[in-house]
Design a protein around this ligand. Structure first.
Ligand code: AMP
Ligand code: TRP
Length: 342
């Protein structure tokens, strides 16, 4: 990757705030596995402290954290090669998050579109944590001096903020301590859209379950949701440009491409002129073929929650070994006395 003085290290996270969707899989998980398999050092985190920025039932949070971890492993994350853990077990995240709260400016945070979307008209009544969320996200990444962060398109602005925080910290303290991270937003499905509305992101928090494919859906449910997905009456065109004003059709083509590991151009070449009556069953078959083994493996792993907890605990020990010395150096840079145990 780049020729920066920092060692290449990947960090990314997913919130255990609900079941994972096809959007999470194609935009994030699948690409996390690819990075691991390229032999790069990879650190992946279930960000449970981010999840509680909106209310989470404690029992469900635990369940979703384990389910998320099971999805990582089922999708191909090998806990021996990647570090896989949950955020709250490594306190360096919260500690560095506080320091970054004192680096980030109110004005920067106020411009975050995800906060504006999530807070909506309710901005007086959302948690302070929801506002500070991107600063904790910067801490997640920089506690490891990670250089590259694979995410979906919706996280681009948060990663720009992470760069701003790293640059301001380095400038304020006259150091070259934190790397300026590179977002890795690539592939055909950086933004998987809702199956009900091609202008809205597929999301685990959408009230309609028909709008998304969950990684826990069985084969029948997946096929049914794809068959019922909103489309238009036109057949597929013979070039991508003609999908410009057809968001639902474009979304299905992108999903097909990402699942098949093809480019959208190849998919259009294969299905030019096809009606959705032909394309949708082909997409449903492909989706089931790719997702069913993951779902089955997730279910198998979920039979033994204590084994998942053990893996997360071991991952946390390895994560801590990297993050602790980095955050200790931050304390020294900032001017905090550390004299315990002397
Ligand atoms: P979240 O579920 O918000 O914690 O997101 C976890 C990861 O999945 C992030 O990298 C997101 O950018 C990615 N992601 C979430 N929804 C989608 C989507 N609809 N399309 C592509 N990537 C997504
Ligand atoms: N904010 C990300 C999301 O909602 C999740 C996240 C938290 C994350 N910390 C991160 C992603 C660090 C990448 C790196 O999708």
């Amino acid at each position: 990757m780049s020729a920066s003085p920092f060692k290449t290290r990947i960090f990314s996270g997913i919130q255990p705030s609900g079941g994972l969707t096809l959007g999470n899989y194609l935009g994030a998980l699948k690409r996390f596995v690819e990075k691991q398999d390229e032999g790069i050092e990879t650190v992946y985190c279930m960000v449970d402290m981010h999840a509680i920025t909106v209310w989470q039932d404690p029992a469900k949070l635990r369940q979703q954290t384990r389910e998320g971890a099971a999805a990582f492993i089922a999708a191909g994350i090998d806990p021996a090669r990647s570090i896989l853990f949950n955020q709250s077990q490594v306190t360096a995240h919260a500690e560095l998050g506080w320091i970054f709260n004192c680096i980030a400016r109110m004005g920067w945070m106020s411009r975050m579109t995800q906060f504006k979307d999530k807070a909506g008209k309710n901005s007086e009544n959302v948690s302070l944590g929801l506002f500070a969320y991107p600063s904790l996200m910067a801490a997640d990444i920089l506690a490891y001096k990670a250089t590259h962060v694979p995410v979906g398109d919706d996280q681009k602005q948060h990663l720009e903020l992470c760069r701003d925080i790293a640059i301001k910290f380095n400038n304020d303290y006259g150091v070259d301590f934190f790397p300026v991270v590179e977002p890795v937003i690539e592939g055909a499905a950086t933004r998987v859209m809702s199956l009900r509305d091609g202008t809205k992101k597929m999301s685990k928090s959408d009230p309609s379950d028909q709008s998304r494919i969950n990684l826990t859906d069985d084969a029948d449910t997946i096929a049914k949701k794809i068959r019922k997905a909103k489309t238009d009456p036109e057949p597929l065109p013979d070039n991508l440009n003609d999908l410009k004003d057809r968001p639902e059709a474009k979304n299905l083509v992108n999903i097909y491409a990402a699942l098949a590991g093809h480019t959208p151009e190849q998919v259009i070449a294969d299905f030019a002129g096809a009606q959705f009556g032909t394309f949708k069953p082909a997409l449903a078959d492909l989706a089931v073929a790719k997702l069913e083994p993951i779902t089955l493996e997730m279910n198998r792993l979920m039979q033994d929650p204590s084994e998942i907890d053990r893996i997360l605990g071991q991952g946390a020990d390895r994560a801590e070994a990297i993050a602790r010395p980095i955050v200790d150096q931050v304390y020294d840079i900032v001017g905090m006395i550390r004299s315990r145990g002397r």
